[in-house]
Design a protein around this ligand. Structure first.
Ligand code: BG6
Length: 491
């Protein structure tokens, strides 16, 4: 790693992500004194605007998207003064030349470029940067998802960028990796002695990963339709979580060691086929219903026409390696679910033999014991809960067992610490050149390889989304998917 980049160049600066996440994150980094001295932000979008007009827009966005106690007018004024705005249309060499003028003399101190634009503009933008002389060994480029819509198109995107940047300069963003709770998975697994010996098929019955959202399309029709939940959420965020749960311990916390192990886990995912998708996957699409007491319309109504895009998906995945043989990973994610709730559930196996008998009574046959469950809640609250069996206090001759919860609320344990935006971590790492929390090309390709097997299976087997009323956890077949195996979704 070298000195942090002194210049941040943002494409797509007038977009939603920039207003909601990127500028508020940069503002927070400035507030905490984490940006280099003499930092320059060059913002670029297609709209014609001068610096002042754009700075006003950023100030308004900070006001809108930062918590009220975080926004400080004097600090915001200091922040927007770092920003210059340059209109740029991909393919317009004159405008790229003007961009280069703004950065003139600063390239040696490092340039971090952030592409928050549609992927179709990634390669033309990189080309424009190259022609304007903005790519040096000290230039880095960050890209938002989606990187392609299947393996073939992701290769095209990666080839386009890879022609001008070395892999060490490319930072593929998955904002879930910027979340404290996702990084906490590494801490939990590799910072404690007690989990790793049990983290395998001998002790674990199955794993569940749920990412539930209450929102619907949110005006993202043009992006979402034809993409769907599998590509939008599973291909990236959920498979990244899965890879961190399933990976072997890396030798050290560095980009190569961590990503080598993640990619091995991703490559171990058992591909699906037209035959297996029928019992290993469920597609759903929301219809009108109620979420949090609010009546909401269905997907097709929001879209204005019928569609075969899934807004919910549930999968039973297998990681075919020594550690995970026979341990299903159940994944589910959807829009218009009853709650915004993301969690990981590690369901342990029952004890081999109960000395307490059925229902905790001494003697008798079966175990009567509830198996241990580890619940890692990622959002909205952040906690780790472990359900264990204990003796109920009392003088009964027969031991009475009861399940209790060991509860670690991370929010309470770290009270007083500000909850950071995931992008703060990622932008800081981009500036510093640390790729550990960014997705390597081979990871993206392993992710797409598995996702393509599902999409091809759906096509071949004509699997269409089943309807579910908004405010439910997907179609009833999603419940059957796990209950067939004698388990159930964690409530
Ligand atoms: C994005 C998806 O990548 O992640 C959205 O495109 C989704 O559809 C979002 O709503 C969820 O992110 P978070 O951080 O709110 O869980």
């Amino acid at each position: 790693m070298t000195e942090p980049s002194a210049t941040f160049l943002l494409f797509g600066a007038t977009g939603d992500l920039a207003r909601r996440m990127i500028f508020p994150s940069l503002y927070n980094l400035l507030s905490d004194g984490l940006l280099p001295d003499d930092f320059l932000i060059v913002a670029s979008g297609r709209s014609e605007m001068d610096d002042d007009a754009f700075r006003k827009e950023v100030d308004a966005a900070l006001h809108q998207f930062l918590p009220a106690d975080r926004y400080d007018a004097e600090r915001a004024a200091r922040f927007v003064a770092l920003i210059g705005y340059q209109p740029v249309d991909a393919g317009n060499a004159d405008q790229f030349a003007k961009l280069a003028e703004r950065i003139d003399g600063r390239l040696e101190r490092g340039l971090s470029v952030y592409l928050s634009t549609p992927p179709s503009l990634f390669a033309p933008t990189a080309q424009g940067l190259s022609e304007a002389g903005l790519i040096t060994p000290r230039t880095r480029i960050a890209m938002e998802k989606p990187i392609g819509k299947d393996l073939a198109s992701s290769r095209q995107v990666n080839d386009g960028i890879g022609a001008l940047f070395a892999e060490e300069q490319i930072f593929r963003v998955d904002h879930y990796l910027g979340k404290e709770t996702v990084q906490n998975l590494l801490a939990l697994r590799f910072g404690n002695v007690m989990f790793e010996p049990l983290w395998n098929a001998t002790a674990i019955d199955h794993v569940q990963i749920t990412v539930g959202e209450t929102v619907g399309l949110e005006g993202r029709v043009s992006y979402y339709d034809g993409v769907g939940a599998l590509r939008d959420m599973v291909q990236n965020h959920m498979l990244q979580i899965l890879s961190i749960i399933a990976m072997e311990p890396p030798a050290r916390m560095d980009p190569t060691a961590v990503r080598d192990e993640k990619v091995k886990a991703l490559r171990s995912l058992r591909p699906m086929t037209a035959e297996t998708v029928k019992h290993l996957s469920v597609r759903g699409q929301y219809t009108p219903g109620a979420v949090g007491g609010q009546i909401v319309t269905g997907y097709a109504d929001e879209l204005g026409q019928p569609s075969d895009t899934e807004t919910f998906v549930a999968l039973k995945a297998h990681v075919d390696n020594w550690r995970w043989q026979g341990v299903p990973f159940y994944l589910r994610t959807g829009k218009r679910m009853p709650a915004r709730q993301s969690e990981i559930v590690i369901q342990f196996k029952p004890v081999r033999h109960s000395i307490f008998g059925r229902d905790g009574q001494h003697g008798g046959g079966g175990t009567g014991l509830e198996p241990n469950t580890l619940v890692i809640r990622l959002q909205p609250e952040e906690y780790i809960r472990l359900q264990i069996m204990t003796k109920r206090p009392g003088l009964e001759r027969q031991v009475q067992l009861e399940e209790v919860t060991l509860d670690v609320s991370l929010t309470a344990a770290f009270a007083g610490q500000r909850r950071r935006i995931a992008y703060e971590r990622l932008i800081l790492d981009l500036l510093a050149g640390d790729q550990t929390l960014f997705v390597r090309r081979d990871e993206v390709e392993a992710q797409w390889t598995w996702i393509d097997s599902i999409i091809d299976g759906w096509k071949e087997a004509h699997v269409k989304p089943a309807a579910y009323s908004s405010g439910n956890w997907g179609p009833s077949s999603a419940i059957a998917l796990i209950e067939r195996d004698g388990a159930s979704w964690h409530d």
